[in-house]
Design a protein around this ligand. Structure first.
Ligand SMILES: Nc1nc2c(ncn2[C@@H]2O[C@H](COP(=O)(O)OP(=O)(O)OP(=O)(O)O)[C@@H](O)[C@H]2O)c(=O)[nH]1
Length: 461
């Protein structure tokens, strides 16, 4: 309640004409409270509405007695709360059933809050007229500025207040965090430079506007979209929201101080457009994080963390082409665990999984950072060794074989592997190299397993 009254007072301070402020932060808090706290936020907001109506009556010297003030306050509160409450219910419902991604949710949020703030505006205006707090003749000049002020308050401040309330209240109605990138509690080192740019642009525009008294100059404020998109793409959602709040505050401040009331709608629309754009920016870090996760899923084998077959093939094709162009050596080691089916049957599938992970871990230790290890099938692995001759590959395969043999499935049961190795010739492509290593591996199995066979000579190493 204290916060709601405080942000209402803030809007009053920024009021440029009766009942119309550059923005109305209280709408943002109402929306956030209904979203995070739920219907138990209705009564405190209603009480706040009665209190601020009382203050307004004193402020404008309206001749209403106490019961009339209470009635007017309740009417105002109901008109203010009802559309936002319906809008929040709809938003939660769409978020739940739609399984929307962050950008989808932002579109729904922008449209939803736009419609809700318009409905609130119309209802509140009619409640003010009904309570004799506003003249019907004032409606036509007030409603648009009133709506845009409310819309800016919700669009910009509701996510910020929702984030703050979510930290205090353990709510399961709407998990805001699941739509945002991992929390980044600190701004980047250039954050304050970006805010400085925003401030300079606002000061420049408002002073230009005041000195020229032409509406064309007020349109310069739309350039705010540039620093705000920069902030949106490089800062966390929290600092994105804070910077939008900052922009709105200084715009409202300068518009009031420099008496730019005539042009206020331009500034209000600029705030809305910049905020809607920047909100999409909130989705950028989340999309990038999703992208990284997807990339990891596609390129990595989940059990062993070796490269997936598809990723290995892509990288191998490229490495082979590079090697052929540079006339540099490149070798392939193919290895497969021996009698792995028996391992699974004897020690269980989980022990088999651990053995696969162990083989992969020790193989990685024997490889260089420039080599690539891939899992091709159940117990079959391939290592791509750029800049390596068959001799180098033999040494590496021997190192892997030795360490694999030292790793045990169970006490007294060492892991055994067979290896086939091949070096790329200048007249070969990757598939031919692969087939050669595969044939050598087959020979290693035939030779009694747990051994290394060189494809060129087809001899046990
Ligand atoms: N634990 C476990 N087993 C797997 C996995 N993927 C495949 N397998 C099993 O690995 C075994 C592979 O067996 P085979 O390809 O017949 O070869 P092998 O028993 O190792 O015999 P050789 O290769 O001839 O030495 C099969 O029993 C598969 O069920 C996995 O992710 N985890």
């Amino acid at each position: 309640m204290l916060l709601w009254i405080a942000v209402w007072v803030l809007a009053q301070l920024m009021e440029y004409t009766a009942h119309a402020s550059v923005w109305f932060p209280a709408s943002g808090l109402t929306y956030a409270a209904l979203l995070i706290i739920g219907s138990s936020a209705i009564l405190p907001i209603l009480l706040c509405a009665v209190i601020v109506t009382f203050v307004t009556c004193i402020q404008y010297g309206l001749p209403l007695d106490l019961p009339q003030v209470i009635q007017a306050g309740l009417l105002f509160g109901a008109a203010h709360i009802l559309p936002y409450w319906l809008s929040v219910q709809l938003f939660i419902w769409i978020a739940r059933i739609g399984r929307l991604s962050t950008p989808g949710l932002i579109i729904v949020y922008i449209i939803n809050t736009g419609v809700a703030s318009l409905c609130t505006t119309l209802l509140v205006i009619y409640s003010l007229v009904f309570s004799n707090m506003m003249q019907p003749s004032e409606i036509s000049q007030t409603w648009l500025a009133f709506w845009i002020g409310d819309y800016a308050g919700v669009l910009i401040l509701a996510p910020l207040f929702a984030a703050l309330l979510s930290q205090q209240i353990n709510n399961k109605r709407f998990l805001l965090k699941s739509y945002l990138s991992p929390n980044q509690t600190k701004p980047s080192e250039f954050y304050y430079c970006k805010l400085m740019l925003v401030t300079l642009l606002v000061i420049f525009t408002t002073i230009l506007n005041q000195s020229t008294q032409q509406q064309e100059s007020a349109f310069v404020i739309f350039l705010l979209v540039l620093p705000h998109m920069w902030i949106a793409c490089t800062e966390s959602a929290l600092f994105n929201m804070l910077s939008l709040t900052f922009s709105c505050m200084i715009i409202a401040l300068f518009v009031n101080v420099l008496g730019l009331n005539e042009y206020v709608l331009i500034y209000q629309f600029a705030i809305i457009i910049v905020a809607a754009n920047a909100l999409f920016g909130v989705a950028v870090p989340a999309l990038m994080a999703d992208n990284e996760k997807l990339q990891a899923i596609i390129t990595t084998d989940a059990l062993t963390q070796a490269a997936s077959r598809q990723h290995f093939m892509q990288q191998a094709e490229r490495a082979v082409n590079r090697s052929l162009t540079d006339n540099a050596p490149l070798s392939l080691i193919m290895f497969d665990m021996d009698n792995f089916k028996k391992v699974n049957d004897t020690f269980g599938h989980s022990a088999g999984d651990r053995a696969l992970q162990n083989v992969c871990r020790v193989a990685q230790l024997s490889l260089r950072p420039t080599d690539l290890l891939g899992r091709f099938g159940g117990d079959e692995f391939v290592a791509l060794l750029p800049e390596s001759t068959i001799k180098d590959a033999q040494h590496i395969a021997q190192r892997i074989l030795t360490s694999v043999n030292e790793a045990e499935i169970a006490p007294g049961h060492p892991i055994h592997c067979s290896f086939g190795i091949a070096q790329l010739r200048s007249d070969q492509n990757f598939t031919e190299l692969f087939n050669l290593a595969d044939a050598a591996l087959y020979k290693a199995k035939q030779k009694g397993r747990n051994t290394i066979v060189n494809a060129e000579h087809s001899n046990a190493a």
